[in-house]
Write a protein that binds this ligand. Structure first.
Ligand code: GLU
Length: 289
């Protein structure tokens, strides 16, 4: 089977040195393996994503000397694929309408902590876990709130999902001293993750899993910050009957203060580095490739 790698940025800001490292590494590994290198535009968030950032991504990658196979897959053009996957999970009773907003969840966690004097559990990104209140809602109350048009997100019933599955692992190819080998997935750390947001008919987790499968991706190479998310991806792959790619979570490029670069990280944006007269070879040297 021909290896398939992908670089999957979100066009909600300018690419920075961290993206350059990820794209160059994916491209190099793909070419070394005689495989394909795909570009996927993860633009499900129509509020934050902009066409000029998408154009910037293509310009930056061309500047780096990268070419990609096939025309890029734009997630906003494939909402029907994610809806199909969501329907399957809803049909299995694995998803439920979740009415609480992020702010309400924070408030719930704060009240719990105040009252109980111990922390409410948080996910690997530091957000309080979704309390199971809506999961336990009785059917008539749920119907009433749906009929009243109350906004909601679809969330995965994680406990129920895990009850249906064997323990999951994923193959981590390891890089830069990170974990390597067969890694045990820890989806329970995430609780009831969002499958479809209230404002967007899918979520990062759902669309990434569906697309990696539809595009035949065999190797997911991405930043270490996404390592914990892989546990959620394994659950969704198992529930949806999708095969799992191999993973490699690489080191992040940090700024001088040791912080993760952000999309607003002005002076490390590729557009600005280009404008300052740097060549692609300078960028490669800066990221060590
Ligand atoms: N779109 C995600 C990001 O820009 C990357 C998703 C992935 O590689 O799985 O952070």
């Amino acid at each position: 089977m021909q290896p398939v790698f992908r670089f999957a940025p979100s066009p909600n800001g300018e690419l920075h040195l961290g993206h350059a490292y990820s794209a160059l590494l994916n491209h190099r590994l793909a070419r070394q393996a005689g495989g394909r290198f795909l570009l996927r535009i993860e633009d499900i968030d129509r509020e934050r994503c902009r066409p000029e950032f998408e154009r910037g991504i293509a310009d930056d990658l061309r500047f780096l000397g990268l070419d990609w196979d096939e025309s890029p897959r734009r997630q906003s053009e494939h909402f029907a694929d994610y809806a199909g996957a969501l329907d399957a999970l809803v049909h299995e009773g694995l998803a439920y309408p979740a009415f609480m907003t992020r702010g309400e969840v924070k408030g719930f966690a704060a009240r719990f902590e105040e009252k109980e004097g111990r922390p409410w559990p948080r996910d690997p990104d530091g957000a309080p876990l979704y309390p199971g209140l809506d999961r336990a809602l009785d059917a008539s109350e749920r119907e009433r709130r749906l009929a009243a048009g109350e906004p909601f997100a679809w969330r995965l019933d994680m406990n129920r999902a895990l009850g249906m599955l064997e323990a999951l692992t994923f193959r981590e190819d390891g890089a830069d001293g990170g974990p390597a080998g067969e890694v045990r997935a820890e989806p329970e750390l995430w609780g009831d993750v969002v499958l479809a947001r209230r404002d967007v008919p899918t979520s990062y987790h759902l669309s990434v899993v569906v697309d990696d499968a539809l595009q035949g991706v065999t190797h997911v190479v991405r930043g270490r910050d996404l390592l914990p998310s892989t546990s959620v991806h394994r659950v969704l792959q198992a529930l949806l009957g999708l095969s799992a790619p191999r993973y490699r979570h690489h080191d992040l490029v940090l700024d001088e203060a040791g912080r993760k670069l952000s999309k607003s990280a002005g002076d490390t944006s590729l557009r600005q580095l280009r404008a300052a007269g740097l060549a692609a070879s300078d960028i490669r040297r800066m990221v060590g490739l």
